[in-house]
Write a new protein. Structure first.
Lengths: 317, 200
């Protein structure tokens, strides 16, 4: 994949767990333009392997002199977010992908309800810039554990004014999803990004209330789950690759020198899909892309997040 | 007509079935479309509130309003003309909330009149359940003079605007609620294929 070299121009500790990174081109030229909701994949060489983690761009899409991402240090980090927090310093050069948008605003919508949980606020930071420029009605509902741990509340208050609604769990403030989604005018779209239970709850509540499927949007990058080590055979490359417990199948395939397609690396976009030629059961599908029947058919797998517990897995790669 | 001939834009209509997941239901019908509403009420009644708007006089002059009064328990509004029904719909939509499910039964013209009434409120026509009743008659948009000829039942029709003889294609515009009509004898004026009623 065509990567862009960027220099870390600034790092800011936003909250005890969240750091904000600013990337610029080394020659000071403009970065590629992007739309609100886009993400980039950052490649990190650490411990003799390459982590590739997706992060939402949170700056204004009208400003391409720098890219801004925020990284929350994950409690059980496989290494990517910990590396970003501990090893990345100002002046370092990193490789990133071109921006990709899997969480676009529906331009035909009359009103937009954005629901963020914790660090899930990041894709909305660029989307609100687009919404304000378009002059469309929106509400941003931002739920977090506590005001002390919540990132960007002051910036958002300034940017969104009365369109921002905050919910601090420690203060006993709760977002009433059903109440919120029950009183929206026709033509409203809902977007959610945050922890999995919140995303599931918003999607299911909207569906139960009768919101059409195309008016419900979510982004939920999964980090590749840690599992048992297993072996995978690649039919075209004629090699066998060992997938360690803490590495994803995609990462192991890349480490073996085989070129594989990818975009989001979080089980969302479907780009890394591989055909399963032979298997003896035990496929563990973790992605949000394949339908239940596709998962049951065991003919395809998303190597970015999915694994195997079987002894034999032959892929069409 | 050639076998397997199919233009993607040609709409597909179904039979009305209640959406299981909804906040409220709004059923709109004219003429024989009243039968589709009666069939709908033969199904398990939904838990959510239901409103029915029915216009008695459509092209086929069929009136199901007396039966509907017996079957629809509440929120039944009966109108004499389609235009009155559409005016009421436009009054109702600004206050409607997401989760409102729309059902429409009637002629193709009525179905797409409802769709264009709902469109300014952000309702995509794909969200509207549509049952075609009454007639297969088409609205035909003349690509030459842009006039729309309504209630066309034949394969070839004189344009109501420019009087050109138009061949009625399956190519459908959701925006106009009409099929494309092209001058059929442009190259050899007056030489017309047989005119047949195929959209009774």
């Amino acid at each position: 994949m065509n990567m862009i070299d960027v220099k870390v121009a600034a790092i800011k500790q936003v909250t005890p767990l969240i750091k904000h990174f600013t990337f610029v081109k080394e020659d000071g030229s403009e970065l590629p333009p992007f739309s609100g909701g886009s993400h980039i994949v950052v490649a990190l060489d650490a411990d003799g392997r390459t982590y590739r983690n997706p992060y939402s761009l949170m700056g204004s899409p009208t400003q391409t002199d720098a890219y801004h991402i925020s990284v929350r240090r994950q409690e059980n980090s496989r290494g990517g977010s910990a590396f970003m927090h501990e090893n990345v310093s100002v002046g370092m050069t990193l490789k990133i992908t071109h921006p990709v948008n899997l969480f676009t605003l529906a331009k035909m919508a009359h009103k937009h309800i954005l629901i963020a949980g914790g660090i899930g606020i990041t894709p909305f930071m660029s989307q609100i810039e687009d919404l304000k420029r378009l002059g469309v009605e929106y509400e941003l509902h931002y739920a977090f554990r506590s005001y002390a741990q919540a990132a960007f509340v002051d910036e958002l208050k300034k940017a969104c004014g009365s369109s921002l609604y905050c919910y601090g769990d420690s203060e006993g403030e709760r977002l009433d999803i059903k109440g919120l989604l029950s009183r929206q005018p026709l033509g409203t779209h809902v977007y959610v990004c945050g922890p999995s239970p919140m995303v599931v709850s918003v999607i299911e509540t909207a569906r139960d209330l009768g919101w059409p499927e195309h008016s419900i949007h979510n982004e939920q990058f999964l980090s590749p789950p840690v599992g048992e080590p297993f072996k995978v055979q690649l039919a075209k490359s004629e090699i066998e690759v060992e997938v360690p417990a803490e590495m994803s199948m995609l990462e192991a395939i890349e480490a073996a020198g085989v070129k594989a397609e990818y975009l989001c690396r979080g089980g969302v976009c479907g780009r890394c899909e591989l055909g399963v030629l032979e298997h003896d059961g035990g496929l563990e599908h973790h992605d949000h892309f394949l339908t239940e029947s596709e998962k049951a058919s065991c003919r395809k797998i998303m190597p970015c997040v999915s694994r195997s517990k079987g002894k034999r897995l032959l892929l069409d790669l | 007509m050639e076998r397997g001939y199919w233009i993607k834009s040609k709409p597909v209509y179904t039979s009305l079935v209640w959406h299981e997941k909804a906040t409220s239901h709004l059923v709109l019908a004219t003429g024989i479309g009243g039968m589709a509403v009666l069939k709908l009420f033969q199904q398990m009644h939904p838990r959510q509130p239901v409103t029915v708007l029915y216009a008695r006089y459509a092209q086929m002059d069929a009136d199901y309003s007396e039966t509907l009064k017996k079957v629809v328990p509440e929120n039944l509004h009966i109108f004499k003309f389609e235009e009155e029904l559409l005016a009421e719909l436009k009054q109702m939509l600004p206050a409607a909330c997401m989760g409102l499910r729309l059902y429409v039964a009637g002629s193709e013209g009525f179905i797409w009149d409802v769709a264009s009434a709902a469109k300014p409120f952000g309702v995509d026509d794909a969200e509207i359940m549509k049952e075609l009743t009454d007639t297969l008659a088409r609205s035909v948009y003349c690509v030459h003079c842009k006039a729309v000829t309504r209630n066309v039942t034949t394969n070839i029709v004189p344009c109501c605007g420019c009087e050109r003889m138009l061949f009625v294609r399956d190519h459908f515009s959701r925006n106009l609620g009409a099929y494309m009509g092209l001058m059929v004898d442009a190259e050899s004026p007056g030489e017309l294929p047989a005119i047949e009623e195929i959209y009774p």
